[in-house]
Design a protein around this ligand. Structure first.
Ligand SMILES: Nc1ncnc2c1ncn2[C@@H]1O[C@H](COP(=O)(O)OP(=O)(O)OP(=O)(O)O)[C@@H](O)[C@H]1O
Ligand SMILES: [Mg+2]
Length: 418
């Protein structure tokens, strides 16, 4: 086991393409963060954010966990997991309660109750609340309060962002994770987890959109005044680009994937007319001849423009098109394509950059800090550390008055201070 001086946190990003696990420790005295293990295994049992094959999903998670354990040299007992895709949705909701204590001091129980009240909005059958993020509190009409604990008041309100998901989808992901023998602490929407890793407090304060491009689709999260106010999903991901290239080349998906990864770029701006790809260099067994690189990049560019146009439409839907001063932060495996930020900038008409992990973290393998396909799992670890710190701060009180928050009944981030 890691020493008592260190808190360990594990994130498992159960994606459609990969199951990515990261093991992180934090020194309780210095706060230093360290990634001591990581692994990525192919995820063959997931499609569109749903488990379509339990055995394959369990084995992909087990493989990823075992590899990460071996590297870290510690057993993984508990972890946070991600959920994403079409069946996750979100809404903003307000909860209202009367402050219970006679002398009008707001106690933790009032905060729990008001968050519970924010969950009580009409939700279609067969959906459940994954987690509730308090955006700000209102005490007797005074808005913009971040932490009302200890304040005086009669009426306590909360503006919360509530993430919901289809119940069977949640249950099946949890079932698979539990079958691997780990205890699941919390389930976090994948774009929020990624955002935790790649955005600064300041960016969230002034307004930013995180665009997490995975294989099957793109999860987005919009922040303003420090907290999330919209999360959404666009059903185009990097695998659509692979499919387009396969069709364009009349080749297999595997071959097209190699072409995309090795020769892809998001815009033709920097591609010479004569630049060509020698296909037999990629796989002499499968293809012969050459193809213009510009042709491939045009295919990629068309799909990415469509993707960012759909992200723009989502922003327009929530009245933020062109209005987020910190712009777009692109992450997820799909962000690895050369010059992607250029296309995002042109289409969204916003500043755009590929996200980097914003916290100073020491890693056993520094490559993963610059690898956008790790941002969700790194974000899950950081989220876990926030959670464990809150739990330690709250200590015994929590057990006596119960917990609020996520689908697992764990404490939400009310008391998180960054
Ligand atoms: N170097 C690269 N260039 C372009 N695309 C890449 C590169 N590396 C990986 N990808 C693409 O990234 C996608 C996988 O993204 P990611 O690792 O975020 O997966 P995931 O989280 O499992 O997917 P999802 O979020 O859809 O569940 C794949 O479609 C893959 O082709
Ligand atoms: Mg993902």
């Amino acid at each position: 086991m890691a020493s008592q001086k260190k808190q360990t946190s594990v994130g498992i990003d159960i994606g459609n393409t990969f199951v990515t696990t990261v093991v992180m420790t934090q020194d309780k005295e210095t706060g230093d963060l360290n990634i001591i293990g990581h692994a990525q295994s192919l995820s063959t049992g997931m499609r569109k954010g749903m488990v379509v094959d339990i055995d394959e999903t369990v084995s992909a998670i087990s493989q990823s966990l075992e590899e990460a354990e071996r590297m870290a040299g510690v057993p993984i007992e508990r972890a946070l997991v991600s959920i994403g895709g079409q069946q996750v949705s979100s809404s903003n909701s307000r909860g209202v309660v009367a402050v219970s204590h006679e002398n009008g001091t707001i106690v933790k129980e009032d905060i729990d109750r008001v968050i519970e009240a924010a969950k009580a909005f009409s939700m279609p059958a067969n959906r459940e609340v994954v987690h509730v993020i308090p955006r700000s509190f209102i005490v007797d009409g005074q808005e913009g309060i971040r932490d009302p604990l200890g304040m005086k008041g009669i009426r306590l309100e909360v503006d919360a962002h509530v993430i919901t998901a289809s119940s069977p989808v949640v249950k099946n992901i949890l079932k698979c994770a539990y079958q691997t023998g780990v205890d699941i602490e919390e389930m976090i929407s994948s774009s929020l987890a990624a955002s935790r890793a790649v955005t600064t407090r300041k960016q969230k304060e002034i307004g930013v959109v995180v665009v997490d491009i995975g294989g099957g689709g793109t999860n987005i999260a919009v922040f303003e005044e420090g907290e999330v106010f919209y999360t959404g999903f666009v059903p185009i991901g990097s695998s659509h680009i692979t499919n387009d290239i396969a069709i364009g080349l009349k080749a297999s998906i595997e071959f097209a994937e190699k072409v995309k990864v090795e020769y892809g770029a998001a815009t033709t701006n920097h591609i010479a007319e004569r630049d060509s790809i020698n296909l037999s260099e990629i796989d002499p067994e499968i293809e012969k001849g050459s193809v213009s690189r510009k042709y491939i990049v045009e295919i990629i560019n068309a799909r990415l423009e469509e993707l960012f146009q759909m992200v723009k439409d989502e922003l327009r839907r929530v009245g933020r098109d062109g209005l987020l001063p910190a712009g777009a932060i692109i992450t997820g495996g799909g962000a690895k394509i050369e010059d992607i930020a250029e296309v995002a900038r042109e289409t969204l008409r916003l500043p755009a950059q590929v996200g980097k992990v914003v916290e100073p973290i020491i890693s056993i393998d520094t490559g993963i800090l610059d690898d956008p396909s790790y941002s969700t799992s790194i974000g899950l670890c950081l989220w876990g550390l926030d959670l464990y710190r809150d739990q330690a701060l709250m200590g015994g009180i929590m057990n006596s008055i119960g917990r609020v928050g996520g689908v697992l009944g764990k404490l939400s981030r009310v008391f998180r201070k960054k």
